[in-house]
Design a protein around this ligand. Structure first.
Ligand SMILES: Cc1ncc(COP(=O)(O)O)c(C=O)c1O
Length: 383
């Protein structure tokens, strides 16, 4: 396997927010960007567009079919390109759909801890948040279905399903998805599935698209996908909205100008990733699998009081510092005392107090260095 990680010098020259937010002595292990090089097919598509000065407005042709082909190969899911829309990014698609399937003042159910923009986008458009906290059991993070049902029964009109789940790395099983679908159908709740992390599952864990269920709630759903996480293209701005039959009845009312917020370079890069990026997924998946195991071994050895469950997908580790003396906001303490930047747990909802999210998409030496810095701070702090 060719080395997928960029060297230190190239990382220091990066312009992205991961590298620009903090001073150079802070190891950036926070926002969900990877320290990888670009996959070859993506690099070629971008280089060709630049060589041809091909930088006009984006066109969805080719992109939607490319995603359909990828979904078929990867998940055995055959979504119809006629029910898809190009989008500038996943959060735009989620916001637009929420505006269409809920009314101002409605509650939107969100399983917490949650990717922070789920809260911000929901509130920005005048909807309320109904938190549904995950519970940590001996089997890992689990949905509290009784609680989810109570939230649905109390009148939530949409549910934001994040699968695989950011920040825990949980991958929902078909049985769990079916229970969600049953509840959504019973209470008339519309499911908006964010499956941006789906190409990055490990260790034999399979991603089941919510839309693949043979269920009325799946046909009423809309799914947001993008190559932006698995191929590290977030700055290029492109995602795809994939609707079921009833979902499409709403999605086609999205204003015509919204899809054109996507960038042509993003579309070309996403298309190349979906058409020719399978080998890349094998490489990056192997490397990330190694990193999640490395973090497990090092945390066990150097900071056993920090709680860690290996993610089943993606490259985010949700670390539990509640048995250390680092308080409710360990990320801030770690930046100040350890010069390592994780994402702040409380940004992921109230249940994130005492947690921080570690981004494992770095070369193994950097992951090891991050754990050493975390361990040194924990060791120097009295619980
Ligand atoms: C679950 C989830 N959804 C959406 C996004 C952001 O996607 P976009 O930049 O396409 O809006 C992220 C980024 O980390 C994410 O983790």
């Amino acid at each position: 396997m060719a080395d997928i990680w960029m060297d230190e010098g190239a990382l220091a020259r990066r312009h992205s927010v991961k590298y620009r937010r903090y001073p150079a002595d802070v190891l950036p292990m926070w926002v969900a960007e990877m320290d990888t090089r670009l996959a070859d097919p993506v690099k070629c598509a971008l280089a060709k567009a630049v060589a041809d000065s091909d930088t006009g407005y984006a066109d969805p042709n080719g992109l939607l079919e490319a995603f359909a082909g990828f979904a078929e190969r990867r998940y055995g899911w055959s979504p119809d390109p006629a029910w898809m829309l190009m989008m500038p990014d996943v959060m735009t698609g989620i916001g637009e759909m929420l505006k269409l399937v809920t009314e101002p003042g409605d509650a939107v159910a969100i399983t917490t801890p949650s990717y922070p923009p789920f809260f911000q986008r929901t509130e920005e458009i005048g909807r309320r948040i109904a938190e549904n906290p995950l519970v940590l059991t001996a089997r890992g993070w689990e949905l509290d279905f009784a609680h989810l049902e109570s939230v649905f029964a109390a009148g939530a009109s949409a549910y934001l399903l994040c699968n695989p789940h950011n920040p825990t790395g949980k991958v929902f099983t078909r049985a769990e998805l079916t229970t969600i679908a049953d509840l959504a159908d019973r209470y008339g709740v519309r499911v908006i599935a964010d499956e941006i992390h789906a190409p990055l599952t490990f260790g034999g864990v399979a991603h089941v698209p919510f839309a693949l269920l043979d269920h009325p709630a799946a046909r009423a759903s809309v799914t947001m996908v993008s190559a932006s996480k698995a191929w590290n293209l977030a700055g290029l701005k492109c995602a795809v909205l994939v609707a079921g039959e009833r979902g499409w009845a709403d999605a086609q009312r999205i204003s015509e100008d919204v899809p054109y917020g996507a960038s042509l370079l993003g579309v070309l890069a996403n298309q190349a990733a979906f058409e020719a990026g399978d080998a890349w997924l094998t490489s990056v998946g192997g490397a990330l699998d190694g990193n999640r195991r490395l973090a497990a071994a090092l945390l066990r050895e150097l900071a056993p009081e920090v709680g860690y469950r290996m993610p089943e997908a993606t490259y985010l580790a949700w670390l539990d510092f509640r048995r250390t003396g680092l308080g409710s906001d360990p990320a801030t303490v770690l930046i100040e005392r350890g010069r390592v930047a994780l994402s702040r747990g409380t940004d992921f909802g109230d249940s994130g107090a005492g947690f921080a999210r570690l981004n494992l998409a770095s070369a193994p030496e950097r992951v090891a260095e991050a754990v050493r810095r975390i361990a040194a701070v924990v060791a120097a702090t009295q619980p």
